[in-house]
Design a binder for this molecule. Sequence first.
Ligand code: ADP
Ligand code: MG
Length: 590
Amino acid sequence: MPRIQVLPEHIANKIAAGEVIQRPDSVVKELLENSFDAGATEITLVVEEGGKKLIQVIDNGMGMDETDAVSSFLRHATSKISTYEDLEAINTYGFRGEALASIAAVARVTLKTRQKEFDVATVVQMEGGKPRVTKEAREPGTTISVHNLFHNVPARRKFLKSNTTEFRHVYETVQRMALSHSHVAIDFVSDGEVVLSLKPAGLKERITDIFGERVTEGIVWMEERTEYIAVCGFIGKPQFGQKTRLNQFLFLNDRFINNRNITHAVFSSYENLLLKGTFPFFVLFIEIDPHRVDVNVHPSKMEAKFEDEHAVYHFISTLVRRTLSSNELIPAMTTTAQGAEVGFAFTSSQHSWPENRGAHQATDWAFPARQSNVGREFADRLLKHPFQEQSVSPEAAGFPTTSAPVWQMHNTYILIQIENGLMVIDQHVAHERVLYERALSRFASANPVTQEVLFPRTMQLTPGDYVLAKELLPHFKKLGFSLNPFGKNTLMVEGVPPDLKGVSETNVLQDVLDLYREYQSKGITDARDALAKSYSCKAAIKAGDKMNDAEMRALIDQLFQTEMPYVCPHGRPVVLKISIEELHKRFGRQ
Ligand code: ADP
Ligand code: MG
């Protein structure tokens, strides 16, 4: 007797439904996406018992006619793609035509929908896989009600968590969708209580409506684009770091995604600016030609693959760094943080263009309801609103100008007059920052820059250091050291990086090896970063070294060309600012 049977359709449907619908929040996500796809500008979501008893989505979108209303429940019935090419470049949220069929397989579903060309709405009730059609009055738009989720799949129903937990998941889903659709009015009612009542807004207002003023005060706008990618959104200032990673939102072509790599790109760009155990807030929109990403990796569609993830990582990391450093994160000496307590009391810039601009731009950038060719649209809009130059003049940003008076104090600190006060720079950490970034860029470049030494020197190492040096040889070479292992634990030093001036190269090399070991013992695994850190620390000018006027100016210049002038690679502050108002206050002039 044959043992293989084709499963009856209602069972196959239940199994497939499990892929798409895991819990109430998956239903909410699918229904809201359908409403956005239908061009709705007002959506109400009603849930009861965390969505277990009822999930209802009411929208004012384009609606469906009777035929479509019935076929919308068929598996793989979709109005959104019809060819394989469409699948290659997905512009709408839905595309599998699976959601309604799946939901109807595991819950009692009623659909009520009206297109504005018709006078009455079609009501479709699915009963035992069969549609029952009636007519009723309704404004144009669609209402879908999902009762008793998993009533016919006890195993699934048992797997659901408490109402509170399921509600929390639903809330998170709504939050994400509300962020990427700030132009859509969204009301969210749970067990008769209004949870969110969001009016159409720009992104910044929407963030305020969801997270409160306190979060909005601490965010800055950033945006950048190339032919390949456009990124815009808000990131939190470091001093507004949050205790949780929950408030980090990444959207790819308006679709919420989880991507640890990209999240890491943002996080790591804060370097040591964040207090330990805090995380930056961010809401970032990445737009890439849909052909160059794959959102089809998982039915829940939250994972995405980039064609060139490395490039995206680098792009975002550079943008975040630049945004942070152009927002004047210089610790300032203030009356409230006296003496030894002068630490990282960050001031936000007087010239905080990004915030104002953000509010304005966010409205401009409010992404429209999804429609086909979003990528093109996006590009067009960008062309119509060309980006303003990012750079602010040095004076306006509170940077020193080239003609400002400079002094060296105790051969350790550089003092320089700036427009609204005095800047104090720690010469060692400043130089360290410069050398660190230079080292990193040398690692990334193909052609090492080295300066041949007139008289190559031999250097005697311990056997352990000799092995380590040989291991690091390719990295040393990129840094600019031309080293030749000579056998018997000796290295011949034939070339050095051009920035090593007036110091003994063999001493520096020995110090770098020692410090590198220390980093290694602390578990730092990125060899290049550890090497860049030890090199910059050991090759930098020391506290106590005399500097002349030209050297100080050159250093200041180079410092403010780095991506992150305000902290050294180890997290120590590089610059401190004393404002003229602060001095006036202390001398009783105010
Ligand atoms: P998909 O969204 O992948 O196409 P769904 O099962 O979610 O599949 O929906 C099936 C079809 O039903 C959609 O393609 C769309 O034509 C229609 N539809 C679903 N929800 C709505 C809605 N709120 N307004 C208008 N049409 C809708
Ligand atoms: Mg859908």
